[in-house]
Write a protein that binds this ligand. Structure first.
Ligand SMILES: [Zn+2]
Length: 73
């Protein structure tokens, strides 16, 4: 089963795996939602640690790039 939320109204749906990559119409608001095949993928604990480390690296990069505050003379 694949879980997805309508992109417009947020209504939650569960559809069978055969809908992966297909488009379905929301019964509530009529919006066409494309079901991502990626939602089937389970993220392991190791993946989230790696993702967190990447985030920290990105944040520290932005800190280094931030310009020093200059006072007007
Ligand atoms: Zn909807």
């Amino acid at each position: 089963m694949i879980k997805f939320d309508c992109s417009k109204c947020g209504h939650s749906y569960r559809v069978s795996d055969q809908y992966a990559g297909k488009r379905v119409r929301c019964r509530e608001c009529g919006t066409i939602n494309r079901i991502s095949a990626a939602t089937q993928k389970k993220i392991g604990a190791g993946d989230s640690v790696a993702a967190f480390n990447n985030l920290l690296r990105e944040l520290s990069k932005y800190e280094q790039q931030a310009p020093a505050i200059e006072a007007d003379a």
